[in-house]
Write a protein that binds this ligand. Structure first.
Ligand code: ME8
Length: 639
């Protein structure tokens, strides 16, 4: 039985709002977690926020809030974005939580008692003098500066001299090097391992674990005048979150007996690959098994930064492409592990080609042919079809290949191989031309082609489930499959779908994205009640207009123009967001009968889901909601 799998993301600083850099690592961790679970392992995934230190205190001061108020506000943004992206983390750790703070103090007390092999104290106090960059939250040297300023933050560092407590790193570097060389501590990819081994060849100084002047942080248990250095505080989250200091059985399971992986980008290598394992060694704790340091990406060729204003909001990506589209697009821009560039302008084209055309089309044309030609019942398999053996071989090999990629953190390879099979299946479909067989009444051969394609779809949808959980569940539902068969084992076998399985397909799984639709969606987002979404007369018949009764109304937090309405449509209740708050109060609109467009795709407006659109008319600047004349019941058709 494989060990439980424990994976962590970095905990993100709350002085910045979530961007696609954070999303990239967190989605990757989520995919790995879901995949290992599918392979039958127990898995725990951790993410959270890094809330202490000068940087956060400074951001809070600028926002006119106490640090805690500021953290409480920003942390919600992280929680919301993870929810929007369908991140299924097992726990969310905040470094300002009492649980974490208690764990930090406990481990620091242990370190303070610890001795090195030659009997010296692991922790000692000394004076430190140096240049400190608040942006980096670290001391930097003259040679790090460019024109006298920190190259990352463009600010001049401060000169600081203060009493600090130090960790005797020098006493642990030899052991650490041996553990990395022997791969007992696996550092991946290889380039990063070499980088760490290179650092270990240099004369690494001891590092300081406390600050004298900082106020916002955890007090040292052995000197209450000193605050734990924010990086030391942050690293400890990986164990406080799973019970270090307060839940021995959870800690035993998820740290001592699990396979643990720290996932991050290469920017925070030194803290994770040198300081963290050395601290664990000194405290007599097990080391993590693997550090995976993926690449750092630029956006459209530029470094992503708040100042440049080129940070991409993952919520916006979810609005455009749905959670699954956003997850897929982020992970497939460049190979996982190396540096890359994210080109947002390619998203629409790639979404259309991989998801709408290749995968979505395969599902809909195969599904529809089963519905039309076999009354929606899966036909039996059939042998001897040209190209079938090759397709089956490729399909049967895929789960093993994908799992190997996943074990080696080759996420983009795993996804590309699965999409490669989709393409091979589309080719098989085109080459065998089943529509011709249908015309010619060659039912057995036709059925065999459709059966094989359905099996490919089932297997691909299972293997890609960790990447696109919602859409793959939708595809699996075409064959009536639920989570009970969501296992790698079920994907490993061909001929799992019995003949006669009902096949139901209603709408395109990945509707094509076009510029027109995008423009319409944008105007809907910014002005949900504006009447500028003109339709052709021929298109009008497609619009489903209904009478609805407003059951409840409330303002959308942070949006002056928006009301969130719960409406009764007779056969169902729905939520819609309407841009009427400047004209109607929640009380004004509650209980009113209104007219709505009832067949719009769900949209997310200011983070709130809207399933329809309210009709209203304008006179000058005043807006009037349209109401039916006469006592019509909710759900009545408007024509
Ligand atoms: O460093 N490309 O937090 P942070 C790839 N609080 N990944 C990126 C990225 C990019 N352009 N930008 C950000 C901290 N990331 C500390 C961590 S852990 C004990 C403390 C991701 O908010 C990537 O995972 O600056 C990177 O390591 C992390 O965000 C840095 O997040």
């Amino acid at each position: 039985m494989a060990k439980p799998f424990y994976i962590t993301t970095p905990i993100y600083y709350v002085n910045d709002v979530p961007h696609i850099g954070h999303a990239y690592t967190t989605i990757a961790a989520d995919v790995l977690t879901r995949f290992h679970r599918m392979a039958g392992r127990e898995a725990f995934s951790l993410t959270g926020t890094d809330e202490h230190g000068t940087k956060v205190a400074e951001a809070a001061r600028k926002a006119g809030l106490t640090p805690q108020e500021f953290c409480d506000r920003i942390v919600e943004k992280f929680k919301v974005v993870w929810k929007n992206l369908d991140i299924d983390n097992s726990y969310f750790i905040r470094t300002t939580s009492p649980r974490h703070e208690a764990g930090v103090r406990k481990l620091l007390a242990v370190l303070n008692e610890a001795k090195t092999d030659d009997g010296q104290d692991v922790i000692y106090s000394d004076y430190y003098e140096g240049l400190y960059c608040t942006g980096c939250e670290k001391f930097i040297t003259e040679k790090d500066l460019v024109d006298g300023v920190c190259p990352d933050h463009k600010t001049a560092p401060e000169k600081l001299r203060e009493k600090n407590y130090f960790f005797r790193l020098t006493a642990f570097t030899d052991r650490l090097r041996k553990l990395i060389e022997s791969n007992e501590l696996r550092i991946l990819p290889e380039e990063r391992r070499r980088e760490v081994l290179g650092l270990l060849k240099q004369d690494l100084p001891d590092f300081s674990i406390s600050r004298e002047r900082v106020e916002w942080g955890v007090k040292l248990p052995f000197d209450e005048d000193q605050i734990t250095y924010v990086w030391i505080d942050a690293l400890l989250n990986y164990i406080t979150a799973i019970g270090y200091g307060d839940d021995a059985s959870s800690f035993k399971k998820w740290w001592q007996s699990s396979e643990s992986v720290h996932l991050m980008a290469k920017d925070i290598l030194k803290f994770h690959c040198l300081y963290w394992p050395a601290m664990l060694m000194a405290a007599g704790e097990k080391l993590p098994d693997t550090m995976f340091l993926h690449g750092f990406f630029t956006v459209d060729g530029e470094k992503m930064s708040k100042t440049l204003g080129n940070q991409i909001d993952p919520n916006g990506m979810v609005e455009e492409f749905g959670p699954d589209g956003a997850r897929y697009l982020l992970l497939t821009q460049y190979p996982f592990g190396v540096d890359g560039d994210i080109q947002a302008k390619r998203f629409v084209q790639q979404y259309n080609s991989d998801l709408a055309n290749d995968l979505g089309n395969l599902v809909s044309r195969v599904g529809k042919m089963v519905v039309v030609n076999f009354e929606g019942k899966l036909p039996p398999p059939h042998e001897g079809i040209e190209g079938l053996d090759d397709l089956m071989k490729q399909t049967e090999a895929l789960p093993g290949l994908v799992y190997e990629h996943i074990k080696k953190f080759r996420l983009s390879h795993a996804i590309n191989d699965a999409i490669g099979l989709v393409r091979a299946s589309n080719k098989f479909f085109n080459d065998t031309a089943p529509w011709k067989l249908a015309k010619a009444g060659k039912t057995e051969e036709l059925g065999g082609i459709l059966y094989a394609c359905c099996e490919v779809i089932r297997i691909v949808a299972t293997l890609l489930y960790p990447v696109m959980p919602r859409k793959m569940a939708e595809i699996r539902a075409v064959f009536g499959l639920d989570d009970s068969t969501l296992t790698l084992d079920h994907a490993r076998k061909f001929f799992e779908l019995p003949q006669g399985t009902p096949v139901k397909i209603d709408e395109a799984i990945f509707p094509r994205f076009d510029a027109k639709k995008k423009a319409a969606k944008t105007s809907e987002k910014t002005q949900p009640s504006e009447d500028d979404n003109l339709l052709d007369i021929s298109e009008f018949g497609k619009v489903k207009l209904r009478v609805a009764q407003v059951v409840k109304a409330e303002r959308v937090e942070g949006a002056d123009k928006l009301l969130k309405l719960q409406i009764d449509l007779g056969s169902e209740k729905r939520q819609i967001v309407a841009g009427i708050a400047e004209h109607y109060s929640a009380e004004d609109i509650t209980d009113k009968k209104v007219l709505v467009v009832a067949n719009l795709k769900p949209a997310v407006i200011r983070g709130v889901e809207s399933n329809g659109m309210l009709l209203a008319a304008k006179k000058g600047k005043k807006l009037f909601v349209l109401t039916p004349d006469g006592d019509l019941p909710p759900g009545a058709k408007v024509s």
